[in-house]
Design a protein around this ligand. Sequence first.
Ligand code: HEC
Ligand code: HEC
Length: 429
Amino acid sequence: MSDFTSGFWPIYISVLTLASIVGTWVFLKSQTTRKFAPGEKAELMEHTWDGDLQDFNNPLPRWWLGLFYGTMIFALGYLALWPGLGNYAGMLKWTSIGEYEAEVKAAEAKFQPVYAGFMKQDIATVAADPNARAIGKHLFLTYCSQCHGSDATGAKGFPNLTDGDWLYGGDPDTIVATITNGRNGVMPPWGQVLGAEKVRQVANYVLSLSGRKHDATLAAAGKTVFAENCAACHMPDGTGMKALGAPNLTDKVWLYGGSEATIIETISKGRNGVMPALTQTLGTTSNKDAKLHLLAAYVYGLGGGVANTAEPAPAAPAAEAAAPASPQAAKMYFDTGKAEMSAEATAALQPIIDFAKANPDARIAISGYHDATGSAAANAELAKNRAKAVRDALTAAGIAEDRIELRKPEVTTGEGGPAEARRVEASII
Ligand code: HEC
Ligand code: HEC
């Protein structure tokens, strides 16, 4: 393929190149006709420089001329063998792409047996192999570090891959899917829809989810805004949805930042994190799959990897939980300091009631939790009262009290952010 877009330039360049070589040759020849006759000596020329510098009329030295002609012969030889004259490809048909491909082929042949060995192992095993990690690190530096950082700890908008916090999931299958197909996290902009005031309210509610400093009045108003606009993706309890890459808002890990200003910016303008599909970049070489395998293993082994089976499917939101016939467990959330069931909590309990009614043998265990703020004694009491409120709701719905078991958990402080922690879990046993 030619880089020239017009037929004129290749000819122009060729003619100019050859003409200057031939021209130099002719010029040199014309200047070297004089030789000393036997016995002749160099004479001083007539002219002077600056009044006292004078030249001899020596002929050009032979060795110097030899070098000059040699250079021209070399140039002609080079132009005959390699590309240099316009479109002429050279007798050797060398191309830079051809050379690159040959090098890649040689490298692949060298790595093929090594890669083949790793391909036979699963990702967790490969991740534990120091040699595989070394290769994986190289690949990561080539293909991933420009966005995720050379130490994979990420940056604003680019997730940290070394922690256990995953947008999409840290099990081998999900990591492979992420790298293969890329990801696009879409957080719609809410500024126009909600207006500045509601954005501030919901931002303060988001701050409260992870226990950050917030304005309680604004946050209380923001709770409704959240339930109406955000819960569909971030879940009613704010713990996020991996299928969409909607981040958990109750932990202390931020993709874009956890200050009020940044959260407001995120909510008003939306976010659109794009991870490109790497299958293109990895090329069409036979080692593509192996590179993917090694990269996935490298990411898996960075510290946050989880086993394939341990990755729970995203929890269904309370409203949707009514559909399945056999709920194993339900979570009811409570307001700060309160042991009264909200409408949402009642709705979340409904599947358990339906199941218990349809299966007279089923029994129900209830455990209450509280958040980490407040005195221990008051909290323990609160957790118990919350569990009792759920029990009362069950008996009111017609479930016999002897089918219900109140279980005090070993640790009554719930995990997760405060909103997540203030809950009662009811499970079928
Ligand atoms: C052009 C920038 C870019 C490059 C290059 C890139 N990534 Fe990403 N990656 C991202 C962004 C942005 C996200 C988050 C996507 C989102 O916000 O939904 C992401 C997400 C991920 C995730 C999901 C993390 C989670 O929490 O679930 C993994 C895993 C990942 N990248 C691995 C890689 C690997 C391995 C490579 C190299 C082969 C790579 N990335 C190259 C930008 C990049
Ligand atoms: C359509 C699903 C969807 C809805 C609805 C949605 N979000 Fe998001 N949100 C996302 C996704 C996906 C991301 C991650 C964006 C990315 O990866 O670039 C995100 C990111 C965020 C972040 C950034 C978190 C961080 O770690 O920096 C905040 C804060 C947030 N959303 C709050 C909200 C609030 C408040 C609402 C309601 C007003 C809302 N979201 C509605 C999907 C959604």
